[in-house]
Design a protein around this ligand. Structure first.
Ligand SMILES: [Fe+2]
Length: 205
């Protein structure tokens, strides 16, 4: 068993103009592929871990042999985070969530616009490379959090409902140093149906 790069669920141009085609090629075909390749290399003689789902692997990180644990943390996290990321975007996305997810966001953060503002602020303030997340704790309470590098909320016992990648590789070609502009524009490609499915999965865990 080896981990594999999942194909994009849409064309490389699908998220234009918010995310440009060249960024999508580099981000998916080079960066995500490298996390998968390096994860497989780290686990090449550790079949009991290589046969887990990547989420289970991150849950059991403390059991991974110490000599490869950092490599598994960085590359397993990178594989899990990006696999989530492609799924929660789509062409002509955006708008607002509906149903239970929308109710929960309002109950936790105020209006939908309040939520977006808090999410974007957290993403801007994440120093260096990392991610900004809407996550769910064990009691199914929503919270905003950020992680450094390719760390996943799973490593903190949280379920990642949705997250945005604030590594420069996610936005630098089009937005250069303007991370806040990227964060603001990103809502236009968000796939709320996919996020609602993840939310329901988190509620069932
Ligand atoms: Fe990335």
């Amino acid at each position: 068993m080896a981990f594999e790069l999942p194909p994009l669920p849409y064309d490389y141009t699908a998220l234009e103009p918010v995310i440009d085609e060249q960024t999508m090629h580099l981000h998916h075909d080079k960066h995500h592929q490298a996390y998968v390749t390096n994860l497989n290399t780290a686990l090449q003689s550790l079949n009991q871990f290589a046969s887990m789902s990547v989420e289970d692997l991150l849950h059991h990180l403390s059991e991974v042999p110490e000599n490869v644990r950092t490599a598994v943390r960085n590359n397993g996290g990178g594989h899990a985070n990006h696999s989530m990321f492609w799924q929660i975007m789509k062409s002509n996305g955006g708008g607002e969530p509906t149903g239970a997810l929308a109710d929960d966001i309002r109950a936790t953060f105020g209006t939908f616009n309040d939520f977006k503002t808090q999410f974007n602020d957290a993403g801007v303030k994440r120093f260096g490379s990392g991610w900004v997340w809407l996550a769910m704790d064990r009691n199914h309470k929503l919270q905003l959090t950020t992680t450094p590098n390719q760390d996943s909320p799973i490593m903190d016992g949280l379920y990642p409902v949705m997250g945005n990648d604030v590594w420069e590789h996610a936005y630098y070609l089009k937005y250069q140093n303007r991370r806040a502009d990227y964060l603001a524009a990103w809502w236009g490609v968000v796939n709320w149906d996919a996020i609602a499915q993840r939310y329901q999965k988190g509620k069932s865990m």
